[in-house]
Every structure is written in C-alpha cells, then in structure tokens.
Design a protein around this ligand. Structure first.
Ligand SMILES: Cc1cc2nc3c(=O)[nH]c(=O)nc-3n(C[C@H](O)[C@H](O)[C@H](O)COP(=O)(O)OP(=O)(O)OC[C@H]3O[C@@H](n4cnc5c(N)ncnc54)[C@H](O)[C@@H]3O)c2cc1C
Length: 302
C-alpha cells in the first residue's frame, strides 16, 4: 500500500511528468549535482568486493584490482548480489562474513520475474498524434503474472519527438519472462527463442498498431539474461517481492546492515521496487549517513 500509494500519488496529483530528453536525463542531472558538490562519478568501475576489517566495511575493490578506502560504503546492488545470496555467483562480501539476517531476508523475499523487452524504430506515419503513449495488453487476467501474460507498450516519442530521428517513432514493449526459460540453451536455440518472443510481441502489438510488422526500421531484443548481464541484477529480476502474501513490504530492511559502515540502498530496501520507492530509499540513506557523520544541516526558514 505504501509503495502503491507513492506511485499513484505521483501519477495522479498534478498529472504525469516525463523528463524531456528521455529517462537518462534524470541520471545526467544527478551526476551534474554530484559533481557540482565536488564529488566524482567513476564509470565502468565494477566493484568485486567490499573490503572489511573484522565486521566493519572500510572500502571497495574494483575488477581492475584498485582498492578505494572510505569511512562509509553504500551498495546499490541488490541484496542478493551484495551478499552473494545468489548461490551461483560470488557476492561482494566474503562468505564467512555474510550476516545471518541476510539469509533470513532471502527467505522472506523472492525475485519477481524478469522480462523480455523490445525496442523498435518505426515509421512515424503508423501512428496518429493523438495515439496514447501507454498501453497494456492482457488477453486473460488469470495469466497476468505469468510468462508472456501481459504486454506493456510505451511510445515515448509521442511526447518528445526529439528522442528519434525525423519521421520515426520509438516503441518499447515488454512482457514478463523468467530466467529459467533462457538457461541451458545453445547459442542457436537462444537466438531462435529471442526471435520467437519478438514475433509474439509484434503480433500482439499489431492489434493496436496494425501493419507494424512491415514498418520496423530497427529492432533490439533483451532477455532476462541481457538484464542480468548489463544491469548486474540477480536473475535479471525486476526486484524483490514477498514470499508470503501477508508480509508485504513493511518488514523490508531499511538502509543499515549488520556490517558496520555498510549501507544498502535501492529496491532491496524499504519501500521496495519502483523509481519513487528507490528515490525515497536513496534520500533516507543519505539522511542516515549525514546524521551519523553529523553533516546534516537543518536550517529553519527565518
Ligand atoms: C522495463 C522496466 C519497466 C519499469 N517500469 C517502471 C515504472 O513504470 N515505474 C516505476 O516506478 N518503476 C519501474 N521499473 C522499476 C525501476 O526501474 C526499478 O525499481 C529501479 O530502477 C531500481 O533501482 P535500484 O537503484 O534499486 O537498482 P538499479 O536501477 O538496478 O541500479 C543499481 C546500479 O548499481 C550498479 N551496480 C550493480 N552492481 C554493481 C557492481 N558490482 N559494481 C558497480 N556497479 C554496480 C548497476 O550497474 C546499476 O547502475 C521498471 C523496471 C523495468 C526494468
């Protein structure tokens, strides 16, 4: 309810807002703010280990071997990836130092499925200017949460034409898909399966956009494996969901961990998945660290 409340309030009070220039603009603006305050963002810097001294975090080690020391370490990786709760992959914390509470967390929450995502470049003439930006296609409500059970379609260029070349639209569509569907396939089987999902999605979209199949200039297909690889997310998951219906997101951990000076942030923390929720989590974490370091300034207006 808390999570849904935040999302729906944001969507319905004052209308929906979109960042002009695409969603990447949000990250660019955040980087601008971070750099203006004298900090640095390191790109292509893959953290392979959180350095510990006893049960205290003292820095991170990068895949290049470089070690960076710090008073506070914040992980934006999922809890499965941070604590190595994914049994097939080593986490950022050495096995012997993983707090018991994290194993308990992984029993209370499971990953929601991943998805197959397609991005298309299509002819602008396919759509009228008053076509809606968002569509959800459901054939059977019973199947909503299952593999291919629902298709989400967004056409951002209806709101911001600068995102695509002149005379073109971008269509993004995705459908739930589990990583299990994509494991243990040969390269040929994997590529064939991608094309099958692509045809399935295009056929469904053609119900609302007839003749789309004949007007595709560009296509990209992402699978759960793509999301696992490029987003570094456990099973390519959308994020954690409670294993039991009644639990909800309220018992989700806040930002602290049982390892001193190690904080977590993002959708494995309260209040869970979604941009609003993770923005709250980031704000709460920054506030907590500010309080610890005594650098929060509270200035009441005169
Ligand atoms: C297709 C799709 C549609 C969505 N639609 C909506 C929507 O309409 N509304 C909504 O509110 N939410 C939506 N979401 C959910 C929302 O995007 C996520 O909940 C949110 O992005 C999670 O944020 P996060 O900061 O926890 O994790 P992430 O966004 O995954 O950020 C984690 C960052 O940490 C980096 N990282 C991970 N491991 C390492 C490492 N070892 N070293 C260095 N860097 C590392 C990753 O590269 C990444 O940049 C959608 C998600 C998807 C995929």
């Amino acid at each position: 309810m808390i999570n849904a409340g935040m999302v729906f309030t944001d969507r319905h009070v004052g209308g929906i807002n979109y960042p002009k220039g695409g969603v990447g603009k949000i990250a660019e603006k955040l980087v601008y703010g971070i750099e203006r305050l004298g900090s640095k963002v390191r790109y292509k810097a893959n953290v392979t280990e959180v350095l510990l001294k006893g049960q205290k975090a003292i820095g991170v080690k990068l895949s290049s071997g470089e070690e960076i020391y710090s008073d506070i370490v914040v992980s934006n990786s999922t809890r499965w990836d941070t604590f190595g709760l994914d049994k097939q992959k080593k986490g950022l914390i050495n096995l012997s130092n993983i707090p018991k509470s994290e194993y308990k967390w992984s029993k209370t929450y499971k990953p929601s499925p991943s998805f197959v995502s397609i991005h298309l470049g299509v002819e602008k003439s396919l759509l009228s200017n008053d076509f809606n930006c968002h569509h959800i296609i459901v054939d059977n409500w019973e199947e909503l949460e299952n593999e291919k059970g629902v298709i989400f379609v967004s056409i951002p260029t209806l709101l911001d034409s600068s995102l695509a070349p002149e005379g073109k639209h971008i269509i993004h569509a995705f459908t739930p898909s589990s990583i299990n569907e994509w494991e243990n396939l040969s390269k040929k089987e994997y590529l064939n399966k991608k094309e099958k999902y692509f045809s399935f999605l295009v056929e469904k979209i053609s119900k609302i956009i007839p003749n789309i199949d004949k007007n595709i200039d560009h296509k990209e297909i992402g699978t759960p494996k793509t999301h696992r690889k490029f987003l570094g997310r456990y099973e390519g998951s959308y994020g954690p969901i409670p294993t039991k219906k009644l639990l909800g997101l309220l018992p989700m951990p806040f930002n602290t961990t049982k390892i001193q000076n190690l904080y977590c942030v993002g959708d494995s923390c309260f209040p869970g998945q979604g941009l609003n929720a993770v923005a709250f989590s980031g704000y709460a974490c920054a506030h907590k660290i500010g309080a610890k370091l005594n650098i929060n300034s509270f200035k009441l207006p005169d």
